[in-house]
Ligand binder design. Sequence first.
Ligand SMILES: Cc1cc2nc3c(=O)[nH]c(=O)nc-3n(C[C@H](O)[C@H](O)[C@H](O)COP(=O)(O)OP(=O)(O)OC[C@H]3O[C@@H](n4cnc5c(N)ncnc54)[C@H](O)[C@@H]3O)c2cc1C
Length: 498
Amino acid sequence: MFQPVKSVAIVGAGSAGWLTALVLATYCPFLKIALIRPRDNNPIGVGESTQPDLPLRLQAAGVDLGDFCVACDATIKCGIFYRDWNVVGDHYWHPFTTMADTGSYTAAHHYQQMILEDPRRYSHADYYARVHTSYETCVKRNLIAPEAALALHVDAVKLARYLERFLTKVELIEADHVEAVGVDGKIAGIELDGGRRAAADLYVDCTGFARALLGKIAQPTPLVYEANVNRAVAANVPYAEPASEMHPYTRAHAHEHGWTWAIPLRSRIGSGYVYHADFCSPEQAERNFRAYWGHERMRDVPVRHISFERDTLREPWVGNVVAIGLAAGFVEPLEATGLNWTISSADLLARFLGPQYYDEDSPAKYNALMRGYIHDVQDFVDAHYLLSARRDSDFWRYQTSRPYPERLMHRLEVYSAEMPNDRNRVKSFAWAFNEVSWLDILNGYGFEYRKIAVPPEQRARAEQALEQAAAAPRKGVDPRTFMPVAMSGQGTRLSGSV
Ligand SMILES: Cc1cc2nc3c(=O)[nH]c(=O)nc-3n(C[C@H](O)[C@H](O)[C@H](O)COP(=O)(O)OP(=O)(O)OC[C@H]3O[C@@H](n4cnc5c(N)ncnc54)[C@H](O)[C@@H]3O)c2cc1C
């Protein structure tokens, strides 16, 4: 099979549809791209905590980030703050960091080594303050740390609207009736009302949980995975005290039956209570969620109940259809991987389409790479539950005693023998979280490593990095007034209040 690709039809206009259009328009300028959406368009409306790849792709496409942030109610995200995940009353910090690029033995590794060497002097509790300058700035002072300011919180609905305005070369097709026609394991076209029909060389299924294209040509094989949570109650929560509530990070607060996300935007807080249907009813979840923010504040706030009990596909690319976004699958909101997964999928697809054709090997190669990425996400997310010391509810007793994938158990064994580093991590495309991210999370659970032999020059470099972190001035800017001018792997240039 040899299929030249000059045109792509993306069906679905949620975040995945528009982000796929953005990435393909940027990296495959030869493509004629159409985005097809039903007139009663109904995107899921969550997915507001992002990773550094979003601003990077926006900039690559020529988007002015300041303009984008104003239009999309966006704020700066420096990381994720975890509360009560290991034991009630504790916390840990997972900032964006570029430290992993500095070698296999970073300051983060060195601090773990010092805990092993002198546990009375060095502790897991002090790790974040000693290793990450952003801890004091973001967590203690509630200010943006430019060195960690690599991502955004963004209004999901406004993001789609912004990209619709920006991507003027993408043909937007709206119809009351949108139906994919499947023939012999391929999509032959998209039937629209009024006898119209859209056709392309390749189709991207961005129809979310509906999987309206892929479902027409294949009986999808799911990836075997047991989700920790599968429901959410979500709402737009009004600010009570913006000075303290507009924090430059996403907060993930664990509870007896699940956890709550808090994503501060400029005008409101995006929030949701996440739980597992086996341990909590929707009514109980809503009561817990409203009580969390306070009944007075939540009195007139409508909430939405969302089920995300859907399989992730083993093979998101089948025939001439590639499923991206929720159509391809979802793990859960923890660690904000949804949009990153979408962008990673679109990036990979753009690489495959670079030569302007695909062949019979392309789907299998693409699917294998995406599986590696998804496994990395699943393992990382699972570790947050598996390692917890909480036993205060059936939910936590189950999460901490149930079987987890052999792959994750093996990984943790490997990491305990030698901290996650350049050598024992697969640094290919199939890689969602860097080794310092793993150290940050594992530290939150007091994970025990074995001591490792470190060449003296590496040790000296890491010691120096720790000293520099201790001496570095803690620059911080108020999240309520600052906007990014440019964001890169090196940190963010922030300028002027808007
Ligand atoms: C509770 C929850 C919290 C989340 N939080 C985060 C987060 O903080 N960060 C993050 O990165 N990700 C998060 N995600 C994931 C994120 O929301 C999604 O990855 C993102 O919104 C992409 O959704 P989508 O565009 O694939 O699907 P949708 O938004 O559902 O869009 C589907 C589109 O397809 C159209 N459509 C549906 N059926 C048909 C049909 N039959 N024919 C034609 N068109 C159709 C719809 O009208 C819509 O335009 C979260 C997800 C959930 C469930």
